[in-house]
Design a protein around this ligand. Structure first.
Ligand code: 8YV
Length: 319
């Protein structure tokens, strides 16, 4: 008998085809967003769950999952939606999908930087609403990206690909992480021991740290105050790493020139003030949203499940 896998959202066709071949999947063709109660109910008889970051596996939910569930194979690199301690305590295996989405997320990060710096939201709105009437030397003047200093807070897989792409814009790369990377991973990037030290060197700041209690509201008013005046902040990691009130205040006061955001606290119900600010370039959490990457994320989650059900250690075990 094939293992039963509850798949919480509609996945790419190629991934669902492979699922049908090797497993007995409970699919969600309507792509409905199920509540925790519905997930618990639908998981009856399932051996594993293949969720997205849209489903919360708190300690309370994990405690109520049917006994049959042995694993949670996430379709995501981030796993802040899963209480890994509770999963471990229950003997649940948890996996994620690292590496395969680094390129797509780094591309989106470059887009956020360029979009924020070159006022993409304002420009697009002008064209679409026919408010674009004229050209003048002072029209829509933005910030040049080329040759500027880029600070990367969190120099993991995604942060390092961002550094590579930014080098194509002759940017000088600075970073902070819990520890200094070896030279082959630094590739000339300049290490700063604390986030505070890093701030002084950021014409642009991009956040690529893992969401955790330690990084919650990491970018707060105190850190923002250390950025050079006129800096630009971008975030394609998780919304919780930013204190929205502090960022919004800095965007309003002119301390920051602009921001580019793909992730938010409480998304999709974001702080409504962002919508009112013309100097923010807003995207709806699409960092990994390319065909290639979404297929690869699904296949990676299935590789993890294959290992688990073959009695092998899955490659991407996080709990
Ligand atoms: C996805 C992400 O949108 O993988 C992550 O952690 O944030 C995004 O790539 C999402 O997680 C899919 O579940």
């Amino acid at each position: 008998m094939k293992p039963v896998v509850l798949v919480t959202r509609k996945l790419p066709d190629a991934v669902e085809d492979r699922l049908r071949q090797d497993y007995d999947p409970i699919l969600n063709p309507e792509d409905a967003l199920y509540s925790s109660e519905e997930i618990i109910e639908r998981a009856k008889g399932a051996d594993a769950i293949l969720p997205c970051h849209t489903e919360q596996f708190t300690a309370g939910v994990i405690a109520r999952l049917p006994e049959s569930v042995r694993a949670i194979a996430n379709f995501s690199v981030g796993y802040d939606h899963v209480d890994t301690e509770a999963a471990k305590a229950r003997g649940l295996i948890v996996t994620n999908t690292p590496e395969v989405l680094s390129d797509a997320t780094a591309e989106l990060t470059m887009m956020l930087m360029l979009g924020a710096a070159r006022r993409a939201s304002e420009g697009e709105r002008l064209v679409r609403t026919r408010e674009w009437k004229d050209w003048s030397p002072s029209f829509m003047v933005g910030t040049q990206v080329t040759g500027k200093r880029l600070g990367i807070l969190g120099f993991g897989r995604v942060g390092r690909v961002v550094a590579k792409r930014a080098r194509g814009f002759d940017m000088e790369i600075h970073y902070n992480d819990l520890q200094r990377m070896p030279p082959e991973l630094e590739e000339g990037a300049i290490y700063h021991e604390t986030p505070e030290d890093l701030m002084h060197h950021c014409d642009f700041l991009t956040l690529h740290c893992v969401a955790s209690p330690e990084t919650t509201k990491l970018l707060n008013a105190d850190l923002i105050a250390l950025l050079p005046d006129g800096a630009i902040v971008v975030n394609a990691s998780r919304g919780v790493v930013i204190d929205d009130d502090a960022l919004i205040a800095a965007l309003k006061s002119g301390k920051l020139t602009a921001a580019g955001l793909d992730v938010y606290n409480g998304e999709p119900n974001i702080n409504p003030e962002y919508r009112q600010l013309s100097n923010v370039f807003l995207m709806p959490h699409i960092g990994s949203a390319t065909k290639e990457t979404r297929d690869a994320m699904g296949f990676r989650a299935l590789d993890n499940l294959d290992a688990i059900f073959a009695g092998r250690e899955p490659r991407d075990r996080v709990a």
